[in-house]
Structure formats: C-alpha cells, structure tokens
Design a protein around this ligand. Structure first.
Ligand SMILES: [Zn+2]
Length: 426
C-alpha cells in the first residue's frame, strides 16, 4: 500500500533558490518529504486517500534558517548574569518557550552560537519540545579577557559553570584542546571570538580576539573531525581579517568590515551574517547595560555603511539575527534589515533559506522547496517579494510545516472557517 500524501495547491511558490515565483503551484508531501514542488500541470494526479489542502492563493516559502541565535537567553542582561538567578529547570522551560516562538515565526532551523547545551537539540529531535532543528556551538571560545571571558572585577565569573560556560584559550595549542572539548560535547560548529563585543565586561568591538594562528589551528582541528564550520564573532576590521585569514566559514556581525576584509572574504568565499536585528535595540534599552547602549549607538551609522559596502561588492550573506541579543520570535524582521543594506527581497529570502542552510551545512535536507528535501514550509499572507516586511510579523505567518508536520496553523483565526474539503482534481 502506498502512503497517503498531502497535496498543497492554490499557492504561489517562492522556492528559496532565487528562481522566479511560480503562480498556481502544487506541492506534494509524502512521509515528511517533498515529492513535487512546481507548476500544477506537472504535478502528479491525486490518488485515493490523498489529502488536499487549498492555500487560498497564499505564498509558500521554505522554512527559514536563522544562522545565529542564542536560545539560552532572552537578553544581553540575562547573558551577563548567565541566568544565575533562576533554577536550571526553569531556564530549560524558558528556553523551550523561546524555541517555540522561533518556530512560530517561520524559522524551522537555527544555528545556536553559544549559551545552550546539547540537551536542547536532543529534546527537539525527540519531540519533547516543539522548536527549530538545532545546530549548536554550545560554548564560545575567546582568549583571557576576551568576549567569552565573563570574569567580573570582583573576580567572580557567573559563567563558570557546567551549563553554559565558555572556552578560554591563549595559544594555538590551547585552542586545539578547547576545540576537542567542544567536539567531545557534541558541537556542530565552533564559535570563536575574533574581536570583543558589547556584552563582554572587559573588551569592545574593535579589540582583537583570538589570533589568526589560533583560529587556523581550530580550523585544522575541526577538519580532522568531519570539517565542522568555524563561525567567527568579529566586529572590528582587524579581527575580521584575522578570522578570514584563519579560515573561518563565516563572519558574524562584521559591523566594521573594511575593503581589505571584503577582498579577503570574496577570495575565500566567506559568508557574512550581519545580525542587523540587533539594531532594533532602541525598543530593548531596559534589557541592556548602559555600556552596551552607548557602544551600539556609536556603531550604528558606520555599521550600515560597512555592511552595505560588503553587499555591494558581492560578499555572500546568510541570515542571522543574534536572537537573545535581539528579540526571539521576530526573526524574520532581519529580512527587512537585509533589504535596507542593498539586497533585493528575493536575495534576502535566499539569504534566509538556501544560503543559510549552506552555511549551516544542512542544505542537502532543508533550505529550498524542492523534491527530495524535507517538507519545512512557511505559508504567509500577501506577497513578500513586494513587501518583505510582511514576513517579519508572525501574525502573517499563517502555517508552518516542519518535516511535513503542521507545527503552526492560524489560517482561520479571525477569518473564515474551513469549509468542506475541496473536490479532488485540479
Ligand atoms: Zn551572538
């Protein structure tokens, strides 16, 4: 007996490859996998037992991939305290809630770049919590006094615990050992700090972090263990150059990248994940330290200038929001930000789907709506190619499928109720 299939029809398909949208398309899902996505004329005929779902002319896109989130915390302030004021069980439930909000925003996969342990990935895979597929860095790595070193002037370090912690390395050899610990603990990606940042107590965005040699040693070590990508937190121009020369697969933030850094990124095919959602910070001032607010304001104009220049010169962009520093559950506002630095709406969507999946290393399974891929789908009202900001409002994300399973469906809320099933044959 053949398994029942679900046939989605009456939809416009934006498949995530950058190809022109297909009006009046049909998507056929069988056993969680897409078996057809394209024009209605080419779709297989319905079989008895198939479920038909008309989507009322809505737009269907791939489930989005956010290449930079922190499920383990809600804000920069919480990060600084490492959630020290709540029991670990409560922290886990709160993180589970953030995973749900992320999924309901239309993000079916994330890369968590530090602050959450491998249990969240396992819980999602086992169906204990509803959330995006998790690709995880576990802990970030920096040098002593760098972005991952949360030692306070008192000498105390709120991150000095088994749950999140950090990796501190001060030589290529120590960086190799730290990489081995991360691989042992199940990291899918190694997150290195090539500059300081806003949330660390003792350095800032233009301070350099791990050296080129240290980063190269990490890249060489990951290559011996299946070639996990190295993601480099890098804000100032010098740190960006160190990270790219060291072999990082992506520059996270890249706020102050200069032309030399852009040249290197183009030469090496390095992705930029600009995390511009963090610049919605004026609505989150109560969640930030004064130092972070002042630094962020001072960075804003120059960041948009530098990132726009990188886009203009053709650096590949993957979507990442830094949710945790920015707001969880409104991840797709990043698309509006990407358009503001020069991407077309279509290019922004590709950056958030196919290209982010390529960076994460899951593009064989997700990132596009094509036969053979997992049925991770987002259905939205309106035409996001005319107005990409539609996707930034979770209320416009009407239906989300993950591996063929409906994980959000608000198509009928406040609107018409579903009528009887449409007759077969279309
Ligand atoms: Zn981050």
């Amino acid at each position: 007996m053949t398994a029942a299939r679900t046939l989605y029809r009456d939809l416009t398909l934006v498949d995530g490859t950058g190809a022109s949208p297909v009006a009046d398309a049909v998507i056929v899902v069988e056993g969680g996998t897409i078996v057809h996505a394209g024009p209605r004329e080419q779709a297989p005929q319905p079989r008895p037992g198939d479920l038909e779902v008309p989507l009322g002319g809505r737009t269907v896109l791939p489930g989005f991939v956010d290449a930079h989130v922190h499920i383990g915390f809600e804000s920069g302030k919480e990060l600084a305290a490492n959630n020290a004021s709540v029991p670990r069980s409560l922290h886990a439930f709160e993180s589970g809630d953030r995973m749900r909000r992320t999924l309901e925003a239309g993000v079916t996969s994330v890369r968590d770049l530090g602050g959450a342990d491998a249990g969240f990935r396992a819980a999602q895979e086992r169906g204990l919590v509803r959330g995006p597929r998790m690709n995880m860095a576990l802990r970030l790595m920096s040098h002593t006094g760098g972005h991952a070193d949360f030692t306070l002037p008192s000498g105390q370090n709120p991150h000095d615990c088994a749950h999140t912690g950090a990796e501190i390395a001060d030589s290529p050899q120590e960086a190799v050992v730290a990489t081995r610990r991360l691989v042992r603990d199940g990291a899918d990606v190694v997150k290195v700090c090539a500059t300081g940042g806003l949330t660390s107590p003792s350095d800032g965005p233009t301070d350099e972090g791990l050296t080129q040699e240290e980063i190269a040693a990490i890249v060489a070590e990951t290559a011996r263990h299946g070639g996990r990508p190295v993601a480099a937190h890098a804000q100032g121009a010098a740190g960006v150059r160190n990270a790219v020369r060291g072999g990082a697969a992506s520059i996270e933030h890249g706020y102050l990248v200069d032309d030399e850094g852009i040249d290197l990124m183009l030469e090496n095919g390095t992705f930029l994940v600009p995390t511009l959602s963090t610049f919605y910070f004026e609505e989150r001032l109560h969640l930030m330290s004064q130092k972070a607010v002042d630094t962020k304001r001072a960075l804003t104009e120059e960041t948009y200038r530098c990132v726009s220049r990188a886009v203009e010169r053709g650096v590949r962009v993957a979507m990442g929001t830094d949710a945790g520093i920015s707001e969880h559950g409104r991840n797709l506002r990043e698309l509006t930000q990407l358009v503001s630095v020069g991407l077309s709406p279509m290019a922004a969507i590709v950056a958030g789907t196919r290209d982010a999946a390529e960076l994460v290393g899951t593009d064989d399974r997700v990132g596009t709506v094509e036969a053979g891929k997992l049925a991770d789908l987002v259905v939205c009202d309106g035409d996001p190619l005319a107005d990409v900001s539609l996707l930034g409002d979770p209320d416009n994300v009407k239906l989300v499928l993950q591996g063929g399973e409906t994980v959000k469906d608000i198509r009928w809320e406040g609107g018409r109720r579903p009528g009887p099933a449409a007759p077969p044959g279309f």
